[in-house]
Design a binder for this molecule. Structure first.
Ligand code: PEP
Ligand code: MG
Length: 747
């Protein structure tokens, strides 16, 4: 069959509002194309370990939706068990054959069954059967394999959405969970409300105008209306958010008031483009810069830009009405992406959780969810928004997963979790002022990773003891030229003041690689190994010098700055960095500034540091281990490539042993160690790092209370015993399991 036909079948199932109808079309087309007597699809149900006949042409229609086989039972079960095709010319004589009289199976001899797999997991089995004895050809197998891959995604949607259950009037609810990114902790049980965007950011059909003056006016009006809308959202938010958090709502305003977007659009309009086309094109240009960034935090800011894009577009479209919607109690908002203004529309008492197909824990919606203390699961990708408005759901913000139309047992379990959770929250609040000390007296410092002014307030509220990593990149990205010394000074000063007297570790600019600045582009074949981090700022020392001047001046009279160089790979780089720092210090003193030399550290992110650490320790006051990059470079696994994501594992024995070696060396020399990569935020990672003897962990503010609870409830002796055992392990799975057991025993 032509590729086109295969794609057509895939599309039919994807587009259909009635998934069962679509699946029926698939089996019917296959039966026709291959000229077989029977084509059937069985869906795998993990909890029951069974295969459920959801579509068939050839078997009796009355068994569709009724016939269920145990996995492992019969030839269909064998396919599911082995995850391999079974191709036989005489099914009844196959040892695994099982007779199901209700389906009329005995009539068929030739049998070809193959697994339908979605993201590595069994989703179902596709079967063709024929009365006569014949072996299906390799071409048949190749065709069906292609088709099974093609229909897996849409079939998965249909299954997860509960649409198949509904279509077959099957009252049984689901216990399957759709996985996403755990972006805000907590659990929720509620009703889904889907938020849709009516606008598109595709280039409009008509792009030129004869009347630039009118278009320019239209654009100005749209911008004004958007500003008004954003202000209204901020006002709504002010009713339930503390004042400090409202800065979150300034991001859009800032994007809109910065010179870039509006000015570039106006310029395009003047050159003859319609307002909509000019806006889309300008937006795309800016989006491309953000989307290409390696730093996940900065890349996520593309969301804000897209959200703003849709808002302005809505006002550019004639007759854009106001957005109104009804929100059920325990409302679970679901969308591709959710903007902050949408979140403020839901009465706060009703908002129970947030689900997004895009985004990550760095999205502003996730940030707000953490502030509000409700769960958020982002990056779900496959949430079938068309089919789930009004459906009931449970959300697990700890594991990052959602179950649509949950079974009574799942719902009951989540209600219980919700009660436990409320009790735990009360306990955690009481820990805020308490230190992070293990029961046997090991004192750990819990710090926060930040990169925006808006990240500062949660530091205190979370009960953290400072900022362990301030990523200075953001102020550099939001602009179209390097920020001046004065601008940088103001930003850093605000941060140091807000957090002081607690310490703030500010990392010098870590750009380059996949994280280019719009106004400083590098064309490189292999950017991960190219000009990045301190390598780049040493190559352009004026950038480093300006930043160091701003940082040292910002610290005047405060004294809580700690300075850190990123991506150091050699002693020569470190020495050059220190050389610049000394020179800046002396020049500033000559100019009359009362600057002090701050404690100096380096990020340990490159494997070369494993061998150069002793010499580095002669030169620095502390080290920060960046486990994200260290893992990436040790294991040669791109930290942002989902295709190799399962290989990116900080509990890999190679990573653990490297970390232990680094921490042992630093401890022998009494140089403090902070860990500020994602590993510190993972409870299993945190336990092993504490066992090694790190001094502080720097994590997302929302995680601080729970890590504190962890530290205060497991003795370091137990953690060390665990470490001694797992450091010998060869298998990351074994390490994780042993660590998890300890956590479970600790409650
Ligand atoms: C790291 O690499 O672990 C780290 C903290 O730095 P970043 O994530 O900003 O690269
Ligand atoms: Mg890094």
């Amino acid at each position: 069959m032509a590729l086109e036909a295969i794609q057509g079948i895939g599309r039919a199932i994807g587009l259909s509002r009635d998934p069962i109808q679509a699946v029926a079309t698939v089996v019917s087309s296959i039966r026709h194309e291959l000229r077989v007597d029977v084509c059937s699809i069985y869906l795998y149900r993990r909890r029951e370990q069974s295969l459920w006949l959801v579509a068939s042409e050839g078997l009796r229609p009355e068994v569709i939706g009724k016939l269920t086989l145990r996995a492992g039972e019969g030839l269909v079960g064998l396919v599911a068990e082995r995850l391999e095709p079974v191709n036989t010319d005489d099914a009844p004589s196959h040892p695994a054959f099982r007779f199901f009289p209700e389906s009329g199976e005995a009539l068929y001899h030739a049998f070809l069954g193959l697994p339908i797999i979605y993201l590595g997991e069994l989703l179902g089995v596709l079967v063709v059967q024929q009365r006569e004895r014949r072996r299906f050809s390799d071409e048949d197998l190749a065709f069906l394999t292609t088709l099974a891959i093609q229909i897996a995604g849409p079939l998965h949607h249909a299954k997860i959405s509960g649409a198949i259950n509904r279509s077959l009037s099957h009252r049984e609810a689901s216990s399957d969970f759709l996985p996403g990114i755990a972006a805000a902790q907590g659990v929720a049980v509620g009703t889904i409300r889907v938020i849709r965007r009516e606008t598109s950011l595709d280039l409009p059909v008509v792009t030129n105008t004869d009347d630039p003056v009118a278009e320019s006016r239209r654009f100005r009006r749209a911008v004004t209306a958007t500003r008004r809308e954003l202000r209204a959202a901020a006002e709504r938010a002010a009713r339930f958010l503390p004042e400090e958090e409202l800065a979150l709502f300034e991001v859009h305003q800032l994007l809109l008031s910065g010179d870039g977007l509006v000015r570039d659009t106006q310029q395009r309009i003047r050159s003859g483009m319609t307002a909509a086309a000019a806006w889309v094109q300008t937006l795309r240009e800016h989006l491309a810069v953000f989307e290409a960034m390696e730093d996940p935090y900065l890349r996520t800011r593309a969301e804000d830009l897209r959200d703003l894009g849709h808002r302005v577009m809505r006002h550019l479209q004639e007759g854009a009405g106001s957005e109104t919607a009804e929100y059920p109690p325990n409302c679970i908002l679901a969308a591709e992406e959710i903007g902050l203004p949408e979140l403020t529309r839901v009465p706060q008492r009703r908002l129970a959780a947030i689900l997004c197909n895009q985004g990550s824990e760095l999205s502003h919606a996730a940030l707000l969810a953490r502030t509000l203390g409700i769960p958020a699961v982002m990056g779900l990708k496959d949430l079938p928004l068309d089919a789930i408005d009004g459906a009931s759901a449970v959300v697990d913000g700890y594991e990052g997963r959602v179950c649509i139309n949950p079974s009574p047992a799942v719902r009951h379990e989540f209600r219980r979790l919700l009660r436990d959770e409320r009790a735990l929250d009360r306990e955690l609040k009481g820990l805020r002022e308490e230190p992070a000390v293990t029961p046997d007296g090991y004192r750990l410092r819990l710090l926060v990773n930040a990169g925006l002014l808006t990240d500062l307030q949660p530091v205190r509220r979370a009960g953290a003891e400072g900022i362990g990593l301030y990523r200075t990149e953001f102020p550099f990205m939001r602009r179209d030229a390097f920020p001046t010394e004065e601008e940088q000074y103001r930003t850093y000063r605000k941060v140091l003041r807000a957090v002081g007297p607690q310490p703030v570790t500010m990392r010098t600019l870590d750009i380059g690689g996949d994280k280019p600045l719009p106004y400083f582009r590098l064309e490189e074949e292999n950017p991960q190994l190219g000009l990045r981090g301190i390598r780049l700022t040493l190559a352009q020392p004026e950038i480093l010098i300006t930043q160091l001047r701003a940082l040292l001046r910002a610290d005047c009279g405060l004294g809580n700055l700690r300075l850190c160089f990123p991506m150091v790979t050699s002693l020569a780089e470190l020495d050059s960095g220190i050389g610049h720092l000394r020179q800046v210090l002396s020049e500033l003193r000559d100019e009359g500034h009362a600057v002090e030399m701050p404690p100096l550290g380096i990020m340990i992110e490159v494997p070369s540091m494993l061998f150069l650490l002793p010499e580095c320790l002669d030169r620095v006051d502390f080290i920060c281990i960046g486990t994200n990059d260290l893992t990436q470079y040790l294991l040669a696994v791109d930290r942002d490539n989902p295709g190799v994501a399962p290989l990116f594992d900080e509990l890999n024995p190679a990573v653990l042993r490297a970390l232990k070696q680094l921490v042992d060396t630093a401890r022998r020399r009494r140089v403090p160690v902070t860990v500020c990569g994602e590993m510190a935020a993972d409870p299993e990672g945190a336990v092993l790092l504490t066992a090694m003897g790190v001094d502080s962990l720097s994590v997302n503010a929302a995680l601080v209370p729970r890590l504190k609870w962890l530290v205060r409830n497991i003795s370091r002796r137990r953690m060390r015993r665990l470490l001694e055992r797992v450091i010998e392990c060869e298998d990351p799975g074994e390490i994780r399991q042993a660590t998890r057991q300890l956590l479970q025993r600790a409650g």
